[in-house]
Design a binder for this molecule. Sequence first.
Ligand code: GDD
Ligand code: MG
Length: 336
Amino acid sequence: MQAILLVGGFGTRLRPLTLTTPKQMLPVLHRPMLEHAVSGLARYGVDRVVLALGYHDDAFRAAYPDGLCAGVELCGVVEPEPLDTAGAIRFAYEESGMSAAAGTFLVANGDVITDLDVGEMLRVHRSTGAEATIHLIEVDDPSRYGVVVTDPDGRVRAFLEKPQPPAPSNWINAGTYLMEPSVIDRIAPGRRVSVEREVFPAMAEAGTLWALPHNTYWVDAGTPQTYLRVQLDLLDGRRGPAVAGVSAEASVDAGAVIERSVVMAGAVVGEGSVVRGSAVHAGAVIEAGATVLDSVVGSGATVGRGARVTDGTLIGERFAVAPGADLSDARVPQSL
Ligand code: GDD
Ligand code: MG
């Protein structure tokens, strides 16, 4: 089966990290986020992935020059301007040479990391005769997601993107779809079209959209908190055996404390510093006596002596935090 991965967004919630690196190329543990998404699909027989590219498309090409990612053939198409989610699906479908003859295809948001069983989803999709099937996850706060109301048999009654509270359901669009080629004809060509705000609501109205409610491991890694959480889950063994977070190629002083954190190759952590619940990217420097809690230090960035960087702070690539500074939920540099 072929898949279209939507990876052309600006990643605004992860600025300034995404000013230099597109969201799906940011490291999750020691590999780009994209590889986690692609290897998840490869497990279930997806053998060709079309990247719907836009913002910083060059970063993807540079990382996969031979067009292979996690054993899967990668092909990329670049929108002339951002066409939004449905516009991007139509553009990628046509530009990559996909056709109705190939039948059902998969679409996924590129920032979704999940253990969804796509084989099971395909069985459900076939058994209902759906035009499209979307994976649903149950969450406590549905307000920042697409909220989905279904009949008891799984047919979608309503799709409401980021509705004002109270939401009519706690089941949300988890960002993986199976689609029949006829969905492409529902997307107006050459303009911005949102799959969540236009295409899915119209299909719900027409009764051709179905859902697979299934609470498996799932994170949308597109916010500072969830970008960290998806990595801590791997360290904590919440998705199989726990993995080590500190690279063998990082240099950590014997007098530093590192807890539940990712420290990437070439990073330096100085004496008496504390790093907890955080990600320190390749080549970053945490100087002596500094504290980094629940935060991300971008590649090549420096946290000066004795500084405190806490509570979801993001330090952009190669930026520096002055010695002794105290930052909480901050952005360095501050986004415009
Ligand atoms: N090619 C392309 N072009 N990709 C785009 C564009 C575009 O114009 N706009 C967004 N994308 C990509 C993003 O890079 C991302 O991978 C994906 O589309 C979804 O965009 P997000 O910005 O991450 O959306 P969201 O997280 O607010 O909401 C979406 O995901 C939720 C679940 O994680 C929606 O699909 C919600 O309905 C859903 O609940
Ligand atoms: Mg997202």
